[in-house]
Write a protein that binds this ligand. Structure first.
Ligand code: 6GU
Length: 224
């Protein structure tokens, strides 16, 4: 999978996506993430990428031209499955959407900023709009990192234990059951006996029951 991220704040991507699982995925050449500075596509003297909104109002709007130039340059190199705009008024990300998007080969993610982007970008260039939840971030960058992380860990070969993505919370609309590791007794805080019994079938049943119990208690909406 290749993900091209378009942003006016490329420095923000120096940290999180070059660590841990995502770093390993890039090292193994399973995933390639390329950051593009929108400013590089500005045709203006001061490399501006935003301007005042027609009709007035507070906040700057990202201009259509640099975004179109950047996306066109990318499309000239390869075919893209989706051009995603990260925006609080997009479709709310969930595991189902992540599963679907993880099957794609090439994705563009556009990070909005300020008051958003010129509507013509959304009308003519964007194929999917995603939000990561009902709260407002100061830009789409953190949302793009969240989305990229959620997708990358689903790419076959990225996780060491291939089965572990399948047992995540949400994969079957259930939250994950509790997990424990050694020691079995710490200060009298004991691990459930079933987990140390070695009885596979009982352990499976216990885990499933716990997952259902947790989901009923914490996220009954998932069971509907
Ligand atoms: Cl994708 N962008 C911004 N700016 N805020 C958000 C978001 C995206 N998703 C939730 N809040």
């Amino acid at each position: 999978m290749r993900i091209d991220i378009i942003t006016c704040l490329p420095e923000l991507f120096d940290g999180p996506i070059n660590q841990s699982i995502v770093k390993r995925a890039q090292h193994k050449s399973l995933v390639e993430i390329v950051i593009h500075n929108l400013r590089d596509y500005s045709t203006l003297k001061h490399k501006n990428v935003d301007d005042y909104a027609f009709g007035g109002g507070a906040g700057m709007v990202l201009m259509v031209e640099p975004i179109d130039k950047c996306i066109s340059a990318l499309k000239a190199e390869r075919n893209y499955d989706e051009v995603i705009y990260l925006t609080p008024d997009g479709e709310t990300l969930n595991q189902g959407i992540a599963n679907q998007l993880s099957l794609n080969q090439n994705l563009i993610m556009l990070c909005g900023h300020y008051k958003g982007v010129d509507q013509r970008v959304r009308d003519y260039l964007i194929t999917k709009e995603i939000s990561i939840g009902d709260y407002v971030l100061s830009g789409g960058e953190l949302a793009a990192m969240v989305l990229a992380d959620a997708l990358i860990r689903l790419v076959p070969g990225v996780l060491n234990d291939e089965s572990s993505a399948l047992t995540d919370s949400f994969q079957d609309n259930l939250l994950a059951p509790p997990v424990y590791t050694r020691p079995a007794n710490y200060k009298g805080w004991n691990v459930p006996d079933v987990l140390t019994s070695g009885h596979e079938a009982n352990i499976e049943k216990w885990r499933h029951d716990q997952a259902v119990k947790r989901t009923e208690e914490r996220r009954p909406d998932l069971l509907k």
